[in-house]
Design a protein around this ligand. Structure first.
Ligand code: FMN
Length: 346
């Protein structure tokens, strides 16, 4: 139904309009009598074999919604009906910011991908806290960043503000220094900066009533040497692990023509073209770490097969974004069913 009726309608709109329209429809459906009940009936799939204990949390299934989709924590209650095991909000910054000028989100349908240069558009961390008050049940991750106008020399303070503000309201944290759409953000992937920042967050963590898991979201296409450095940073700072990977600036082996790519311009590529490299990154990290190093795998999961590849490569949990747009919410259930079937045959 999604691919034959709903997706063609959404894909006639600009991607950003379609996003808000889709979330408006979901919210409306969830509000009508028995609406939420029927959405859950259609999309949710529960099974004891799907349950996971990771980051000290009990996940009902390992399929999460990746950061960027519900940046302001506006729709997590409605998205919960679709059967996600967890939802990551953000990237949130201390102050609200509009992000880059539009258009800034593009479909490249021939490649089942998206290119975005959203630029951390969000209403700010304080507004997200308002949305998260009185939440129950669903596991929520808080993905944090810095304001675009904040100089890198002051970036640490931005992360600390977001961390402190969000601390009582989320279940785990993600430090995002790998978004390719914020000028000079990649400079924060420098080892000394990251060790200092993550150690400062850990100190704050220790002073709270309950400390929260911290993950680092890493860029795609990192070399083995860069991945070794990430492993070292995780070990020094004693954070819990990584989310692999963010979008990429690479444009290799795409079916989309160079003319179209040039018209689109800069931005982070997500979706199917990312799959292979993300899986390779996950496998490398798993082969070079012990089991307590948590890996959330993300990048190009558009099918149960790709989801299983990520889990077999060593991901503890997985996330989807572009696959959710192209395949629809049924993808979550299909992955979970395939996972149960696979586990039963082992
Ligand atoms: C429109 C869009 C916005 C995104 N915004 C964020 C963000 O704010 N923070 C972040 O860490 N990742 C963000 N991402 C990256 C995704 O969380 C994910 O890492 C990436 O898209 C790869 O997964 P996918 O191939 O399933 O989409 C965004 C991705 C897209 C497509």
């Amino acid at each position: 139904m999604y691919k034959s009726f709903i997706k063609p309608l959404f894909f006639r709109m600009s991607p950003e309009k379609a996003h808000y329209f889709a979330m408006g429809c979901l919210s409306l459906l969830a509000r009508i009598p028995f609406g939420a009940f029927f959405i859950r009936l259609i999309y949710q799939y529960k099974h004891p074999l799907l349950e996971r204990k990771v980051l000290g949390l009990k996940f009902s299934n390992p399929v999460g919604l990746a950061a960027g989709f519900d940046k302001d924590a506006r729709w997590y209650r409605q998205l919960d009906h679709l059967g996600f095991g967890f939802i990551e909000i953000g990237t949130l910054t201390p102050k609200p910011q509009a992000g880059n000028s539009k258009p800034r989100l593009f479909r490249i349908t021939e490649d089942n991908g998206l290119i975005n240069r959203m630029g951390f558009n969000n209403l700010g961390v304080d507004a997200a806290v308002e949305q998260l008050k009185n939440r129950k049940g669903l596991i929520i991750g808080g993905n944090i960043g810095k304001n675009t106008l904040t100089d890198n020399a002051e970036a640490k303070e931005d992360y600390i503000y977001c961390f402190k503000t969000l601390h009582p309201h989320v279940d785990y944290f993600v430090v995002n220094v790998s978004c390719p759409n914020i000028k000079n953000l990649d400079k924060l992937q420098d080892k000394d900066f990251l060790v200092d920042l993550l150690q400062s967050l850990q100190l704050i963590n220790e002073r709270q009533a309950d400390s929260k898991a911290i993950l680092l979201k890493i860029a795609s296409h990192l070399s083995p040497e860069q991945l070794d450095e990430i492993i070292e940073i995780v070990s020094i700072t004693k954070i819990d692990g990584v989310i692999a990977t963010n979008t990429t600036t690479h444009r290799n082996n795409l079916k989309t023509s160079n003319t179209v790519l040039e018209q689109i311009g800069n931005g982070g590529l997500s979706g199917q073209p990312l799959a292979l490299n993300a899986t390779k990154t996950i496998r490398y990290l798993r082969e070079h770490t012990t089991d307590d190093f948590v890996i959330i795998g993300v990048g190009g999961i558009h099918s149960p097969e790709e989801a299983l590849r990520k889990l077999e490569a060593g991901a503890d949990l997985i996330q989807i974004y572009t696959g959710f747009i192209y395949e629809g919410p049924g993808l979550i259930k299909n992955i979970n069913k395939a996972l149960v079937d696979k586990t039963k045959t082992l």
